[in-house]
Design a protein around this ligand. Structure first.
Ligand SMILES: C[S@@+](CC[C@H](N)C(=O)[O-])C[C@H]1O[C@@H](n2cnc3c(N)ncnc32)[C@H](O)[C@@H]1O
Length: 266
């Protein structure tokens, strides 16, 4: 089995578990299974700098290179947990055959799952350059031809000339800075065909309020990590959408205080 060194952005575990200690215990358990049983597909761990004392206890003796744990493929536990519920919404809104651009594909697990279950769409994964090699490891195991070569796309620049019927992004708006969120809407406004849909999965605030205590704690954790990040306000996004010729199509309640916001290009 080929080895692959990868430091996962631990935000994803916090996003799904919203409990740093529980998430790290879980990850450490996976690491131990992988190391001693050798049958786990991959292990993703937070970098040493953000590991808690609990993680350090569980990880003692596990070989790492400068805080990087060696594994064979990047893996996002949160994607495994949310991929089915997201798919159920996408199947209702991405109805007609078309081209989908995914922004911030991360490990590529979503692209793999969604294309297996939505054979009528062609999927264009994308992300910043550092994520591309990892997702390619997932894509090379896919037997169908409905995932295009991943595109290097930083929302702040490099937008493709091609137009798309749909755009999808998960757990990116609270990670990138507000100027990058603005750049994302501007870019999507250009690449989305008239009538096309832009679906965003993640936590959002309404009326200036968090929708749960756990989201409020998550926001504090996000800002501790990067003050430019944070859960976005629905009303700000609606304004941005309007500036780029999009209007709210639908707003779907999702598990663990997440939503899917869908904007339609006018
Ligand atoms: C929390 S991860 C979500 C990954 C994946 N969508 C998921 O749900 O598992 C955030 C993703 O946003 C990407 N990202 C961060 N800044 C970006 C930027 N400026 N342009 C495009 N993607 C960016 C990261 O590389 C990462 O893959």
């Amino acid at each position: 089995m080929s080895k692959y060194a990868y430091v996962h952005d631990d935000t994803q575990y916090k996003a799904s578990h919203r409990d740093a200690e529980a998430a790290e215990k879980y990850l450490c358990g996976l690491a131990l299974c992988s190391l001693y049983l050798g049958n786990c597909p991959c292990v993703a761990l937070p970098p040493a700098s953000v590991q808690s004392s609990v993680a350090k206890y569980f990880l003692r003796g596990i070989p790492t290179v400068s805080g990087i744990t060696i594994m064979n493929k990047p893996f996002a536990e949160s994607s495994e947990q949310n991929k089915q519920v997201i798919l159920q919404i996408l199947q209702k809104i991405f109805i007609t055959p078309g081209e989908v651009l995914e922004i911030g594909s991360g490990t590529g697990q979503h692209a793999v799952h969604f294309t297996q279950h939505m054979p009528h769409v062609m999927w264009q994964p994308s992300d910043c350059a550092d994520q591309i090699p990892g997702m390619k490891l997932w894509f090379k195991e896919v037997t169908h031809q409905r995932i295009r070569q991943p595109l290097e796309l930083d929302v702040n620049r490099d937008w493709p000339a091609q137009c798309f019927d749909y755009v999808f992004t998960a757990n990116t708006l609270h990670i990138v800075s507000w100027p990058a969120v603005q750049a994302m809407f501007a870019g999507v406004g250009k690449v989305l065909k008239s009538g096309g849909l832009f679906a965003q999965y993640g936590p959002f605030n309404y009326g200036g309020q968090f929708t749960s205590e756990s989201n409020a704690r998550f926001d504090v954790w996000l800002k501790d990590r990067d003050p430019r990040s944070g859960i976005r306000h629905f009303e700000d996004l609606e304004l941005l959408a309007r500036q780029h010729s999009m209007a709210l199509h639908s707003d779907h309640e999702m598990p663990v205080n997440n939503r899917i916001l869908v904007w339609q290009k006018i």
